[in-house]
Design a protein around this ligand. Structure first.
Ligand code: SME
Length: 162
């Protein structure tokens, strides 16, 4: 199978919809979590040109540890309740941050990151990690991103991370 992404780019919604379908077929039959998360991070970056896309995974119920990602090097560990990622974990809630400088305790892995969205990844109500997407533009994420990225993360929690 060719691994090129084929996206319907007529709108952002159709890009997300075609991307989600391709993630499902790309990961179908592959049970290596790192390989699948790496391809999902790469696909999101390729489709939307985000500045940074990656996963942080819960370790020992007290820290998030950097997982597969695309973009500049990033901080390796984030404590429960710290930064945007740790807050998404402790509050069990999507964090949509139009301006990272306005978020108390934001962890600046790169000074170029201006806005950010973080989505918890769960299985049966247990948080397994988060998806973190950063943009180098202010106010670059909307409720539409939240809706589709949550759909993606719900699928990841059920099928990819174990
Ligand atoms: N800004 C995040 C840290 C991770 S980097 O953005 C990749 C935070 O505040 O949790």
């Amino acid at each position: 199978m060719a691994e090129d992404l084929i996206l319907d780019t007529t709108s952002k919604a159709s890009t997300y919809e075609s991307l989600l379908k391709q993630f499902i077929s790309l990961c179908n039959g592959e049970n290596n979590m790192v390989a699948n998360l790496a391809n999902i991070a790469a696909g999101l970056k390729e489709a939307f040109g985000f500045f940074w896309v990656g996963f942080y995974l819960v370790e020992n119920e007290k820290q998030l540890v950097l997982g597969p990602f695309q973009g500049p090097v990033a901080c390796t560990r984030i404590h429960y309740g710290k930064g945007v990622c740790g807050t998404a974990w402790s509050e069990d809630k999507i964090q949509l941050v139009p301006d990272v400088e306005e978020f108390p305790g934001h962890i600046a892995c790169s000074a170029l990151s201006k806005s950010e969205i973080v989505i918890p990844i769960k299985n049966k109500n247990q948080i397994l990690g988060v998806l973190d997407v950063d943009s180098d533009k202010l106010n670059d994420f909307s409720e539409m991103d939240a809706k589709y990225l949550k759909e993606l993360c719900d699928w990841i929690g059920e099928h990819i991370i174990s």
